[in-house]
Structures are given as structure tokens and as C-alpha cells.
Design a binder for this molecule. Sequence first.
Ligand code: PSU
Ligand code: MN
Length: 306
Amino acid sequence: MNKIKYNSEVLHALEHNLPIVALESTIISHGMPYPANLEVAKKCEQIVRDNGAVPATVAIINGEIIVGVTEEQLEYLATSKEVLKVSRRDFAYVIANKLSGATTVAATMMIAKMANIALFATGGIGGVHRGVEQSWDISADLEELATTDVCVVCAGAKSILDLEKTLEYLETKGVLVVGYQTNELPAFFTKESGIEIPIRMDSPLEIAKVLKTKKNLNITQGILITNPIDGKYSLNKKEIDETISNAIKEMEEQNIKGKKVTPYLLSKINELTKGESLNANKQLVYSNCKLAALIAVELKNYEQDN
Ligand code: PSU
Ligand code: MN
């Protein structure tokens, strides 16, 4: 049996039924450049603590499932080139061979569920890629949301994806997508996408009530909370959309496919915007960590009272 390895902070939280927020590690190893990735990972953990919950950064190290990395492990994830990108598909292979991997949204959801952690904060999820008619590229994150009962807080999805098709896919699979204080699907770097979200919620308590009800009803899909980037950090939509189109064009020229697609586009966009997008990326992740912590706290309170 593969046991989960918890750090002392997470173990204490589990033993005392305290609110916990899972954090993914692909964003650290494959989503941001060093040293910004390390700074962001540490600050995310601190923001979760500052808002009343316990952070649990998830990864696989030497074949062990880690829930709550140590500082040393975090450094390793931020700097090592040998860390694999692990989605559901890769999970058993990486563990059987005692390899190390950073977990995507899909794999982090799997592990959060195993550890009985209800909330998970990230930047953006994977989804249906633009040009899916040719590539068939649909992230395993969507299938995981369809099957694994974890609440994921994100800033929508980058327009490297086909946002409308991503929403349609989630609807088909019965995944509740919530606009947090918005009626529009946020598009990661920008508050707006022009795409309507049918369900809006305005407070962590409102979300906690739905999570509890969903549990009572035994609805096993995940929930996606989309939290728009703060207006003061939101990028210019026209400019970033153009940058993203250029990045996709370069990717196609270089014939990049499969699991390399998302990391390639993320680093290309960072490069093309000369770090401007990275700053927006940091701010939206921080905001998601805060919101996830507040929901986790409300959920524990609500569960105790009802
Ligand atoms: N989108 C982002 N930043 C990220 C990712 C997606 O804006 O870091 C990462 C997440 O870990 C997500 C993964 O789960 O990429 C999706 O990869 P793929 O498209 O290969 O499923
Ligand atoms: Mn893909």
C-alpha cells in the first residue's frame, strides 16, 4: 500500500479537523520560472495560513505521495529539471518507479481526495485546447473534475484554451462552475471573457453551503470556483490575446504536442510579455489561495453547525 506522507502541520490539522487547502506543484515546476516559482509557492502557503487554514502543497517525491511538502522539497520542486509533470495517466508509473513528479490539477485532486481535503487552490486549470478538432487536446483536468469530489478555486482559464468548449465540456460532465462575484467566466489574465457563467455566488459561506449540500446529496463531481483577477492587475485583453495567438503559432511551428503544450505556452507567454504576465499570474494565485482558505474555514464551521 502506498501511504501518504504528511508534514507535521498537515497531520496536526487532519487530527484536529482544521480547515486545509491543497496546493498543486506543476505550477511550481512547470508553470513559472525560478526563482519566482519558489517565492510564489511559499507566499501561497503563507496566505492560506493568514486566512485561517492550513496549506498542503502536494507532490510525488521519490515515489512517495506528499501532502504538505517540506521547505527542502519545495526548493527541489522549484529547481530540479528531473521533476516530471504528473497527471492521472502518469501516477502509477511515477510511484512504481520511485520517481519525482509535480502534480497537475488532475493529480492534485486525486491526492486531495485520498487525504480527505475538500479545497484546492491553483492558478488556472487545463481545458479544451484551441484547435481541438485537429489535436484532440483536452486536459485530463476536466475528466478529473467530472469524477473527483474536490472544490477547485482558479482564475478561470487562459485563452490558450477554447473557453466556450471548456465550459460546454464541464456542463456535459455535470461539473458546477461558479462565477465568484461575477457573471462572466474570468480568463486568467483578464477579468472578463465575454462568456456568461450561469451560476454566481458572492460569499464563501454561500459556496460552503453548496459544498455541504452536494455532499449530502452524494453528488460526486468536483466544483470549479472561478475567481476573477483583481481589476488593478488585470492585463489588456487585446494585447494578451494577441500574445497568446503568437505563442500558439510558434508552438505549432515547433510541432510541440501532448503534455509539453501547456508548459511551453506558459513559458512563451512569460517571455513575450517580458514578465508582465508573470506578475498578473502571481497576484491571481494569491487571491485564489485566500478565497480557498476562506471557503475551507466556512465549510468547517458550517459542517459543525448543521
Ligand atoms: N494553466 C495555467 N497554469 C498552470 C497550468 C495550467 O495557467 O500551471 C498547469 C496545471 O497544473 C494544470 C496543467 O493542471 O497545467 C494542465 O496541463 P495539461 O493541459 O497538459 O493537462
Ligand atoms: Mn493536453
